[in-house]
Design a protein around this ligand. Structure first.
Ligand SMILES: Cc1cc2nc3c(=O)[nH]c(=O)nc-3n(C[C@H](O)[C@H](O)[C@H](O)COP(=O)(O)O)c2cc1C
Length: 489
């Protein structure tokens, strides 16, 4: 495990690897900066991450980083940005990344360490000077309600009894230099904790941290259980505490690695119009809603601060690599904790993380005697849909583990050849995320809709199970050996 503990070292590592490009000409934060980053995601192979050094209207020296945790442009290393972020080798596979993060779920938690100072305290702005107007905050899609101040930063909030500090990512729109608004959706922890503050009638203290060490967004977007602090999980993952510093005006601690820390209180009512915002399903949005207001009281920042941003849209961008990875890690962890024989859980980024594929070992029948494949598939789906991210999963496929769910070539062969169009499936109506575009307006308003699990498991050996017609599958070993003796490619 090789932790990169700040954004600047991460950027230098990407530069060394040829996965970063510096954009020195002036760019307009109104759409142009985001369009540059978006084009990078839309290429057949992801472009290097753009570091913008000259942003119109921002204080000179301020920088913005696009695509910080997307796929990588390094040949044969699509997961490099994600792997480096979570301390793994550049050439790690998705499976290795998932397994490493699942293993960290059961390690003893390591709480953060409070340190006295941090580089972001170089500039501490209070009163009128504490304004967002000096930062490179972009309008990210034509049709958005305004500039979006938070797309990759970590929001820090704490339960009123002080027992639970939550780090999460949720979108936040800039209303003006001193006010922001953003999503507080159920069942997210930011909403749970805000509800607790509303109940006692006190505005919720918050800190929004931009440009933290690269692993932080990945745990902030992980649907860890209620009352588990993401800081303690990340500490356990790296085997050392994450350094945090006390805030200026609120009773919270924030990652010492932050480039910018915005502090203040959140209103008690849904008193600001939020949105629309082009979301991760890949379509321009047209929906707005009333949400609480973040009132800014203090901003601290490093000299030449770097502000990462994500112009979310059609896959694959960070919503998919980051939230999708988190869904896979939690899904696999929960299925294993329930004692079910599973090999991997994976939500393909290409599906805008709306499908969960679960693969199971060929001996699953020995481990679950007297269980039909459909019952097994339903048990798996119940755990996925019952999780904190279950409302995002429209379809669950259960497959044998000769299929690699991270390989779309495998997936696109397996589903049509193993999934019956009408049989061996079970539909359940339950909570859905209102952002899911496949549902009707009525379903999205009610936040309830149908979800389906497909039992795609092969029949038992000797009971109509066909061999896979591949080099390994249907050629005897002596024939394969003869071929391999002459194989040069
Ligand atoms: C780029 C990105 C943007 C996100 N935006 C939102 C958002 O606007 N609202 C939201 O509820 N979740 C959003 N998420 C997902 C949450 O971060 C994720 O569900 C996380 O688990 C929430 O934290 P919690 O588990 O502490 O509630 C986003 C994730 C990523 C990676």
């Amino acid at each position: 495990m090789k932790r990169i503990d700040n954004l600047r070292d991460y950027i230098e590592r990407l530069r060394e690897l040829g996965d970063l490009c510096t954009v020195d000409h002036e760019v307009d934060p109104y759409l142009e900066m985001a369009a540059f980053a978006r084009r990078g995601y839309d290429q057949p192979i992801q472009a290097p991450a753009p570091l913008f050094t000259n942003i119109k209207g921002a204080k000179p020296g301020m920088r913005a980083l696009g695509a910080p945790g997307a796929l990588s442009s390094i040949p044969n290393c699509p997961a490099a940005r994600v792997a480096l972020s979570v301390g793994l080798p550049v050439d790690s596979t998705w499976r290795q990344i998932v397994e490493a993060l699942v293993a960290s779920r059961s390690k003893p938690k390591i709480p953060p360490r409070i340190v006295a100072t941090a580089p972001f305290q170089q500039n501490i702005l209070r009163g009128e000077a504490a304004t967002l107007d000096i930062f490179p905050i972009g309008t990210l899609h034509e049709g958005d309600g305004g500039p979006y101040a938070n797309t990759w930063g970590t929001i820090v909030v704490r339960s009123p009894d002080g027992r639970w500090t939550s780090w999460s990512i949720a979108r936040i729109e800039k209303l003006d230099g001193k006010r922001m608004t953003g999503l507080f959706q159920k069942p997210q922890h930011i909403r749970m904790i805000w509800d607790m503050w509303v109940k006692i009638g006190k505005p919720m203290p918050f800190a929004v941290c931009q440009g933290c060490e690269p692993g932080l967004p990945f745990v902030s977007a992980m649907p860890l259980e209620d009352w588990i602090s993401e800081s303690d999980y990340l500490g356990a993952h790296f085997g050392e505490p994450i350094d945090v510093v006390r805030c200026e005006v609120v009773d919270l601690e924030v990652p010492a690695s932050s480039e910018v820390v915005i502090e203040g209180h959140v209103s008690l009512k849904n008193d600001s119009l939020e949105g629309p915002f082009g979301e991760y399903q890949g379509y321009e949005a047209n929906e707005t809603g009333m949400q609480p207001t973040y009132h800014i009281e203090s901003i601290s920042h490093r000299d030449g601060a770097i502000w990462p941003f994500i112009p979310e849209g059609r896959p694959i961008d960070e919503f998919h690599t980051c939230a999708g990875l988190g869904f896979s890690v939690e899904g696999l962890g929960l299925l294993r904790e329930a004692g079910l024989p599973v090999t991997l859980a994976w939500t393909p980024f290409e599906t805008a993380v709306s499908w969960m594929l679960v693969t199971v070992p060929s001996d699953w029948r020995e481990k679950l005697p007297n269980t039909s494949s459909m019952d097994f598939a339903k048990k798996i789906a119940a755990i996925i849909w019952g999780s904190l991210f279950g409302h995002c999963m429209e379809i669950v496929y259960v497959l044998d583990d000769d299929i690699d769910p991270t390989d779309m070539k495998d997936v696109l062969w397996a589903i049509p050849t193993r999934c019956h169009p009408t049989d061996r499936q079970s539909v359940e109506v339950g909570p859905i995320l209102p952002l899911l575009t496949c549902y009707s307006h009525k379903e999205r308003e009610a936040a309830r809709g149908p979800k389906i699990v497909h039992d795609c498991l092969l029949p038992e050996d000797g009971k109509g199970r066909a061999r896979v017609s591949s080099f390994e599958g249907v050629y005897p070993e002596d024939v394969r050996r003869k071929v391999m003796a002459h194989w040069k490619w």
